[in-house]
Design a protein around this ligand. Sequence first.
Ligand code: GLN
Length: 465
Amino acid sequence: QKCLNHIKKTVYLNAYITVTEELAMKQAQAAESRLRRGKPRGPLDGIPFSVKDNFCTENIETTCASQMLKGYIPPFNATVVQKLLDQGAVLLGKTNLDEFAMGSGSTDGVFGPVRNPWSYSSQYREQSDQDPESDWVITGGSSGGSAAAVASQSSFFALGSDTGGSTRNPGSLCGVVALKPSYGLLSRHGLIPLVNSMDVPGIFTRSVYDAATVLGILQGCDERDSTTVPTSNPVPNLPEDIDLRKIRVGIPKEYHAPGLSQETLSQWGRVADLFEKAGAQVQEVSLPHTQHSIVCYHVLCCCEVASNMARFDGLEYGHRSGVDSSTEAMYATTRHEGFNDVVRRRILSGNYFLLKQNYQRYFVKAQQVRRLISQDFAQVFRSGVDLLLTPTTLGDAARYCDFIQEDNRTRSAQEDIFTQSVNMAGLPAVSMPTALSRRGLPIGLQLIGKTFQDWNLLTVAHWME
Ligand code: GLN
């Protein structure tokens, strides 16, 4: 009830698209009676959470913040959602995002932009000479609603999705722990796809310990997702103490990227020093193909988007245009009315890259570059480095009015420079809140681990807290 009240009090954040109040109360009462009988189902029994609105939820509208899916009620739960419900976790609602998870601001959905809760902190307000209605900062994206829900403490944890940074980016800008697990560790069944070869469910929490608890419940093989792998049972506990003298931390030199803010740079240096002081070996490493990662990601993303979005034809799901002069006209107007310009642009670009005469030059080439990017990481890890320490974003959160002004698309693409390669390589990574900027806004740093070594990654992240 407290969480639901808090959602109402913070409705101006626009973090939730749907609040499942009645269902939540019912689930909470059932959990309460189990707890009272001393028979909890597990550590998440009765714990309130929220889910990004691109995960299917049984009998609950699932929109992807798109006109195209308004009114779509899935008949099933995504595997990760089902696992949480089976544990007794209490679903509060579905959170806001960029349309079909395409974006880095959570400003591009049909339900309007999400506001970063830190816009209302006293430190931010003191340095601003404008009122909160005209001066507030974005959450980052595309899982901004989930990040805001955890940062404003209306949810204890939340699910997001991460294809090119959509969990880590808003996690960093909202000052919460944001985990992108290894590709294949968590089921994607019921996560409406953006880029199937890169999508993973992401986890937002207030602490690393919480992230580990949720991960432990969500991980594992799912017969409905052939890319999932079997995992060890039982789930390992996070050790309280870790001997950093055995750890080698790499600092990728190419991540000193144009646009990186002074403050983020200095936090990066400060934390690297802390690692060193604790006995870790910190060394510079090279990921030479980083410079190609944004272009490579976007070619591959558009190709998979063009193919994925073909299913939204006005017949099977959600929106259907009233134009019925011909089937062709119905398809075309449905898609014109249903998708925003970001989605349409990606579909067009993807179909262009996939044309017979372009396929080798763009799609196949990008696949090859993706391999090189992934090999960069493999080489660094083979040399004895255990994990990488990098910024998560270029700086702290942008003001909404600035973000939508300037060349938003370019900025939006650049924001993902530190996160996208990780998805192309399938690695686990976590964004950790590290400090507040002079504006009173969170700065996050990212730890990147070896494939399927998510637990080691979290162990080191726990030390960083
Ligand atoms: N910003 C990236 C994009 O627009 C990442 C999206 C994501 O991770 N879902 O594609």
